[in-house]
Design a protein around this ligand. Structure first.
Ligand SMILES: Cc1cc2nc3c(=O)[nH]c(=O)nc-3n(C[C@H](O)[C@H](O)[C@H](O)COP(=O)(O)O)c2cc1C
Length: 203
């Protein structure tokens, strides 16, 4: 069992990445981690949200989920991100939040954070791998340690085989196409375990 603080930081317009975050929470808690599920602040105009009933409904349904702060990043030994693709890249909301971490970075507070990422897209080849890699680029600059799932467990194959991080396709009705729950939980446990190793090595 691990003894680490793990933040699950997600952005979601229509609920997919919130669900991935909840599954990651289950896996991390089973691994013994102290877990916070935190959303990235919405920056889109209300008119844009209102134009999509599924987006409006999700924003309303998750209004009580706390927004991630810089203090949460400092608290965390490990961070799992879950973000949808936007043209093969991270959503602007996530980039905007990451761009507020300059002070933590300057003071060395993000070094050796163990990080891992998950994503979703409308299409299996619509940018899932690229989106995760776009996020990892920032992680490398932080001096974080990327704990990708690789092929460390057969559950990855059943989930579509993305070794960079669990990813899922979403159909026109917003339903997940692949069954990724086990892969998400494995990724969360692995992230917690690697964070435990790093924490012990630094003691
Ligand atoms: C501006 C925008 C760009 C998108 N670009 C892509 C894309 O390039 N490829 C793709 O497969 N899906 C794309 N999507 C679909 C989203 O990735 C999909 O709606 C999302 O993964 C659902 O996650 P959520 O329910 O957590 O919001 C795009 C959606 C938006 C709004």
């Amino acid at each position: 069992m691990t003894n680490i603080n793990l933040a699950i930081v997600y952005y979601s317009s229509t609920g997919t990445n919130h669900q991935l975050a909840k599954w990651a929470e289950e896996g991390a808690k089973e691994a013994g981690a102290e877990v916070k599920v935190l959303k990235v602040a919405e920056t889109a105009p209300q008119a844009a949200i209102d134009s999509n009933p599924a987006w409006r409904a999700h924003v309303d349904a998750t209004k009580d989920v706390p927004e991630v702060t810089l203090n949460d990043l400092e608290w965390a030994d490990a961070i799992i991100f879950s973000i949808p693709t936007r043209f093969g890249n991270m959503p602007g909301q996530v980039k905007q939040f990451l761009d507020t971490t300059g002070g933590l970075w300057f003071n060395g507070k993000l070094v050796n954070k163990v990080v891992s990422a998950m994503t979703s897209a409308q299409n299996p080849h619509g940018g899932q791998e690229a989106t995760i890699l776009s996020l990892y680029t920032t992680m490398y600059h932080w001096g974080a340690i990327v704990a990708s799932p690789g092929y460390t467990d057969p559950v990855t194959f059943a989930a579509g085989g993305n070794p960079y991080g669990t990813s899922v396709s979403v159909d026109q009705n917003g339903n997940m196409v692949e069954d990724v729950q086990a892969a998400v939980k494995h990724q969360a446990k692995r992230t917690a375990t690697v964070a435990e190793w790093v924490k012990k090595a630094n003691q």
